[in-house]
Design a protein around this ligand. Structure first.
Ligand code: ADP
Ligand code: MG
Length: 254
């Protein structure tokens, strides 16, 4: 039992955004979550990351219930995420975006800095080294000292992923990482996802690019109107009539 979403429900007024959904995510895998717009994917991520307290059901991680915990405790338990709409710190450099995520400023207090400047310097060096390693992994190390928002869009998305990894997560939630990327960038993203998985980080991936999802996910869960309607390998769900039906008319209806 690694990550268990158990009969999860999230109701907003009269709307059941997530309706009794159970998903079991295995350690070290890439698990896909797909479904038409408005089917509840981001809401599940918001519950997982502690942004919402579910109105029903629970989430357990490594045997412990985490749903309902405040976001910082969920981060501490080993969760990190990226957002459907990117949220980099606009006035910071690429490197600073990572250092902030690492809690660098929280750890190195002013008092410590006065009492033991050498130790602080050592500590700082370790953070910078770790951050640079991640930027290197995501192939954006060359931009470390540029303003994050001055980078091309595809690079900013990589920085956002590096920042999520900077907290040393066990699970990373990626909300439509391929959105807005061109074909070449999407292919790079595919390789990056595999690299992240090979670090031992479990990936829960919301994505509209079916080709990408099919290529990288060991297992895929399909949502429609807040309910799980199918689950299995890419090969299995792409043939599932229920899934095909849910996607037909997606453009006209929603
Ligand atoms: P998806 O990510 O699959 O496109 P969402 O999880 O964003 O879907 O949304 C699922 C449904 O829940 C949508 O109908 C959306 O409008 C609604 N919803 C999401 N967040 C809220 C909220 N905070 N308050 C009210 N309704 C919400
Ligand atoms: Mg969404």
């Amino acid at each position: 039992m690694f990550l268990e979403i158990d009969q999860l429900t999230m109701q907003f007024g009269g709307l059941l955004a997530v309706n009794n959904v159970s998903i079991s995510i295995k350690k070290g895998k890439i698990h896909g979550l797909i479904g038409p717009n408005g089917s509840g994917k981001t809401t599940i991520f918001n519950v997982l990351s502690g942004y919402y307290k579910p109105t029903g059901g629970k989430v357990s991680f490594e045997g412990r219930t985490i749903s309902g915990l405040p976001a910082y405790q969920i981060t501490a338990a080993g969760f990190a995420r990226t957002f459907q709409n990117m949220r980099l710190f606009k006035t910071m450099t690429v490197l600073e975006n990572l250092l902030v995520a690492m809690g660098h400023h929280a750890k190195v207090g002013l008092l410590q800095e006065i009492l033991n400047p050498v130790a602080v310097h050592q500590e700082e060096k370790k953070f910078v080294e770790k951050a640079m390693e991640l930027l290197d992994l995501l192939e954006v190390a060359d931009f470390a000292n540029e303003l994050a928002t001055s980078l091309p869009y595809g690079h900013q998305r990589r920085v956002e992923m590096a920042r999520a990894l900077a907290t040393n997560p066990k699970v990373i939630l990626l909300d439509e990482p391929a959105a807005g990327l061109n074909e070449v960038e999407t292919e790079d993203l595919r390789k990056t996802l595999l690299k992240i998985r090979d670090l031992g980080v479990t990936i829960f991936l919301v994505e509209h690019d079916m080709k990408l999802v099919m290529e990288v996910c060991e297992e895929i869960s399909v949502l429609d109107y807040g309910k799980k309607i199918a689950e299995g390998t890419g090969a299995a769900i792409s043939k599932d009539p229920v899934v095909i039906e849910a996607y037909l008319g997606q453009e006209e209806d929603r």
